[in-house]
Ligand binder design. Sequence first.
Ligand SMILES: NC(=O)c1ccc[n+]([C@@H]2O[C@H](COP(=O)([O-])OP(=O)(O)OC[C@H]3O[C@@H](n4cnc5c(N)ncnc54)[C@H](OP(=O)(O)O)[C@@H]3O)[C@@H](O)[C@H]2O)c1
Length: 329
Amino acid sequence: MNRRIVLARRPVGMPRPEDFAVSEAELPEPGDGQVLLRHSWLGLAPAARLRMGEEASYTRPMAIGDVVYGQAVGTVLKSRHPELREGDMVVTISGGWQEHSVAGGSGLSRIDLSIAPAAAWLGALGTSGMTAYVGLLDHGRPRPGDTVLVSAASGAVGCMVGQLARLKGCRAIGIAGGPVKCELARDLYGFDACVDYRAPDFAEQLVAACPDGVDILFENVGGAGRDAAWALLNQRARVVVCGLISEYNGEHASGPSWFPILFKRLSLSGFILSDHLDRRPEFVREMGAWYAAGQVRMKEDVRHGLAQVVPSFIDMLGGANVGKTLISL
Ligand SMILES: NC(=O)c1ccc[n+]([C@@H]2O[C@H](COP(=O)([O-])OP(=O)(O)OC[C@H]3O[C@@H](n4cnc5c(N)ncnc54)[C@H](OP(=O)(O)O)[C@@H]3O)[C@@H](O)[C@H]2O)c1
């Protein structure tokens, strides 16, 4: 049998445990080109919250009763895939909050444990790292000397953006919630500075941290932090809109003026990782080498067992996670 966490009702505001239910189902059978997996790790993603609402986002909403969306690492139990065999370890971008899944297509890849341990394929070498890689390198187009400003800087995507920015010769400035996360951004990830958005003088601190303005704004959060960063953009700055987590629970901040887009000839680039899965081989080659050389790292926030999935997800949306939120099964 397969234990799964399904959407029981659509959350209003911050999700609550009653919005989800545990259900059991027969193990699914893989079709042509697919594998049956036993999950050993689940990676929780804020984007799951976007799919719980009724409105379409960049993808269709989940139906009530659907298994909740998320990434997973697992072992192949049965294979009808031409290149995967029983016992292979793989990562899937859509394994879901469950113990087993059937997977295939471009979101399924073998993992190499000689490069990094299994959990890292959901973090630095998984969708979090790849989001930073594609977002910063392809959309941000960093040049040595640029100032790169990143929100949710100590989180899974944000910490990778900061480390990549430093590897590319940029100045990395973070925004994060609280002194502990700011310290992590500076001490573990090498950010040049990190500003606490909860500090009463946040806007002044941000100006002081970016004396040459901002050339790349990597936006993970939206809301008040984004508004403060907006005023610091230089001419021809690139704004990479990766996520707007502060609005996922239905709270909308007032928007900034869009005149700077015109006056400063800005490029504003929204992107969704699943459109860029063809970049994975290059990402794994480059990021794998940086990871193996200790040039990039990611703190993991690990909890154990399926029962911890919902509380961990709620913690993550509220900022109580420190590092990539992972469930070990
Ligand atoms: N475009 C894509 O394809 C793509 C792919 C993956 C992820 N993303 C986006 O990237 C962003 C980061 O995701 P992640 O997986 O790396 O999560 P994460 O940063 O590890 O965890 C989420 C963090 O968001 C911050 N946060 C939550 N609510 C906030 C609020 N109201 N105001 C300010 N900060 C808040 C919290 O950090 P603080 O305590 O520092 O506030 C929290 O720890 C999300 O917006 C996600 O949707 C986009």
